[in-house]
Write a protein that binds this ligand. Structure first.
Ligand code: NAP
Length: 271
């Protein structure tokens, strides 16, 4: 089995939530990590306890900027000579009806969630192919099924998955692997900083974060999948049912998905 021991693992968006848990778990498995986020102070303050100068490289990077992505990956290659695994995790979400949405919000979501994945993958793909490594996209159920009041988020995750599927097929005979994972609702900061219609952070979560899957559990599932070279992982039963019903009975899926998001506190669908 492919193991992460002594591999170089680059993780975007590692100062919070799933990315932070991925960093800690990759170190637990004996990997060296290169991690980035925009806020370097927060990234440094939140480094996992098992992190040290010998096993961790921290870089300030905004993945919506191509030069930052190039610098992130080049810094990892300069320190360790290669990248084995890239986890495109950095991402933001939104909650607003499309009709009310400032179009710049949709563009910001595409810039971070989709173009961030493209830029970072472009910078790392040659090293990963040479080392027969793995490229991962942290997607969402929203990448399989469009979600109401998350049009930009869904668009960015559909685009990410299409990009990665094409790339996986290109790399089919090289020994490198490409996969994406779709967590269900996972406890993190994502809903607090999700964009409202005008681009401001919504500043609250409509969910009881304590009842959601933990970021640590989510990270362990992702890294197990990397080591087993899974194609895609849909992490929850609710997610698996959503994808299946959407394929077999798309009209029913429209109604079920609408009703689910209508029940959220302060649902934009209630207007
Ligand atoms: N939590 C869930 O329920 C859930 C479900 C399905 C999928 N996901 C996906 O999981 C991934 C991680 O989300 P999370 O829930 O862990 O969110 P989170 O707690 O908000 O963490 C997001 C991380 O990404 C970084 N980030 C955001 N924008 C960035 C940018 N432009 N450049 C570089 N780093 C950036 C943040 O740091 P800075 O702000 O300092 O840059 C932070 O470290 C996302 O792709 C999300 O779509 C989450």
């Amino acid at each position: 089995m492919y193991t992460l021991k002594d591999k170089v693992v680059a993780i975007t968006g590692a100062s919070s939530g799933i990315g932070l848990a991925l960093a800690a778990e990759a170190l637990n498995r004996g990997a060296k990590i290169a991690v980035c986020a925009r806020n370097l102070e927060k990234l440094l303050a939140s480094l996992p306890q098992n992190s040290n100068k010998g096993n961790t490289l921290t870089v300030a990077a905004d993945v919506s900027k191509e030069a930052d992505c190039n610098n992130f990956i080049q810094s990892a290659v300069a320190k360790w000579g290669r990248v084995d695994v890239l986890i495109n995790n950095a991402g933001i979400s939104m909650r607003a009806m499309f009709e009310d949405l400032d179009i710049t919000v949709l563009r910001e979501l595409m810039d971070i969630n989709f173009w961030g994945t493209v830029y970072t993958t472009k910078a790392a793909v040659t090293s990963i192919r040479e080392n027969k490594g793995v490229i991962v996209g942290v997607s969402s159920i929203a990448g399989f099924r469009g979600l109401p009041a998350r049009t930009g988020y869904s668009a960015s995750k559909f685009a990410m998955q299409g990009f990665l599927e094409g790339l996986r097929t290109e790399l089919l005979h090289t020994g490198a692997h490409v996969m994406w994972v779709s967590p269900g609702f996972t406890a993190s900061n994502i809903r607090n900083v999700a964009r409202s219609a005008d681009g401001s952070q919504q500043g609250e979560t409509p969910l009881d974060e304590g009842k959601l899957m933990s970021a640590e559990r989510c990270a362990a599932i992702i890294l197990n999948g990397v080591e087993k070279r899974k194609r895609t992982i849909i992490m929850t039963l609710q997610g698996k049912l959503t994808v299946l019903i959407n394929k077999l009975l798309p009209g029913l899926a429209d109604k079920l998905v609408f009703n689910h998001f209508l029940m959220e506190p302060n649902s934009p669908l209630k207007k």
